[in-house]
Design a protein around this ligand. Structure first.
Ligand code: NAI
Length: 395
């Protein structure tokens, strides 16, 4: 079967499995080229199959020699379709890691469930007994609670609705998008899905099962952004969830004190991922930001961000480098006042007619396509892909 991209709005409806392999290999090559660094050896990654979680896994394995267990929620090939990019990312990562002699276990299923926590605990006991680092990198639109209730997160505004230009990746066009006003219930639900409760439940379960090594670290990923994006993010429903995540880090930190362990939040830079492409209006900021940061030579993709996080800000000679609120600031370059001034000067001038000549919307689009295995150099997209043969591969 020859696979062409199917994009709907800002969501990819299919992926190119061979292109996904090229994307994983590209990230591995970047980490190899950047050289080894000190890091943890036994790592559990929740949300390991794409975006920041996958980049963390690649950086730690190929940069610091880590063995990993990765949890993710992905679909394999079936009558319904080719399967998800994350499914193939898991397979290709595992193959590459095992070729080098590293352990790479993929657990596929719902990370919010107690069953998955128990499966992860059983795997840790069997392989290592305990873990040195737990990465919390889930991005989800819903969470199934233990009582059977399905709670959905929403991307909405609070205070007042917000309208601006958004990006349709399907049509490569700007379209007006509105973040409607969230109800109090929607704010609470978004906190339930994307806040810190589940992270804490994981850490508690791991600690109760004696699966955390002395001096264990855990880190969750967050975003704050500049004031110009507050109506979309920090002051929106997702911002409430992130605030809750930050507060939870303090609670987990206290919980880990008896092990000499610590919990951190890494505030990352805005980057193109499956999750961020979905946030209304934000991709327009992102396209402008990418242009400005590339012009000034400070652009980073997921893989560069994650390498810098572990090599320089968590496991470097100075140990963890955090701000006064115990946040690890990976958004330092993004929030540089000169960068923000340049982005803010462009943003009001963006129109559907001129946006392709501003910022780096072509780069943003390419990054998005590459997340799904398309537009990677060296891949023959006219060659048929044998899905039946791929279906034989175990994640
Ligand atoms: P992503 O969509 O690329 O990855 C999400 C991961 O979560 C995938 O591995 C997916 O399989 C997994 N997942 C989702 N629901 C699951 C479930 N029920 N059970 C098991 N696994 C599940 O997202 P991205 O962007 O890498 O996001 C990760 C974290 O980083 C999020 O907390 C996000 O808010 C944060 N972040 C993202 C930024 C960005 O610009 N993309 C910026 C700063 C923080």
């Amino acid at each position: 079967m020859i696979i062409h991209p199917q994009i709907q709005g800002c969501v990819a409806r299919n992926c190119h499995p061979i292109g996904c392999r090229a994307a994983v290999e590209q990230q591995i090559a970047e980490i190899r080229a950047a050289g080894p660094f000190n890091g943890p050896r036994r790592v559990l990654i929740l949300g390991a199959s794409s975006g920041f979680g996958l980049a963390s896994r690649i950086a730690l394995t190929f940069g610091a020699g880590a063995n990993t267990i990765g949890v993710s929620f992905e679909r394999g090939p079936s009558d319904q379709g080719i399967g998800s990019a994350g499914w193939y990312n898991n397979i290709w990562f595992k193959q590459a890691a095992e070729r080098e002699g590293y352990q790479a276990i993929n657990l596929i299923g719902d990370a919010f469930s107690d069953a998955m926590r128990q499966q992860a605990i059983a795997t840790i006991r069997q392989l290592w007994g305990e873990v040195d680092l737990v990465i919390y990198s889930l991005a989800s639109g819903q969470r199934l609670l233990a009582d059977g209730r399905r709670v959905r997160s929403v991307l909405k505004a609070t205070g007042q609705p917000f309208t601006g230009w958004g990006l349709s990746l399907e049509h490569n066009a700007l379209v007006e998008q509105t973040l409607p006003l969230a109800s109090t219930e929607e704010i609470h639900d978004t906190v339930t899905v994307m806040g810190g409760e589940d992270w804490q439940q994981w850490m508690q379960a791991l600690q109760d099962a004696d699966c955390l090594a002395p001096g264990v670290q855990t880190v969750a990923y967050s975003y704050i952004g500049p004031a110009s994006t507050y109506p979309l993010y920090r002051d929106g429903t997702i911002g409430y969830a992130k605030e809750h995540l930050h507060g939870t880090a303090e609670a987990i930190n206290l919980q880990l004190a008896e092990l000499g362990g610590h919990a951190w939040v890494s505030v990352c830079k805005a980057l193109v991922t499956k999750a961020s492409a979905y946030i209304p209006v934000l991709p327009v900021y992102l396209g402008l930001l990418m242009g400005v940061m590339k012009e000034r030579g400070v652009h980073e993709g997921c893989i560069e961000q994650m390498r810098r996080l572990f090599a320089d800000k968590m496991y470097g000679a100075e140990g963890v480098i955090a701000d006064g609120n115990r946040l690890i600031r990976m958004d330092d370059h993004e929030l540089d006042p000169a960068i923000q001034a340049a982005v803010s000067a462009l943003w009001p001038k963006v129109t559907p007619e001129n946006f392709t000549s501003m910022g780096d919307f072509a780069g943003l689009r390419r990054d998005f396509m590459q997340l799904n295995g398309f537009e990677l150099p060296g891949v023959d997209y006219e060659a048929p892909v044998n899905i039946d043969a791929l279906g034989e591969l175990e994640p």
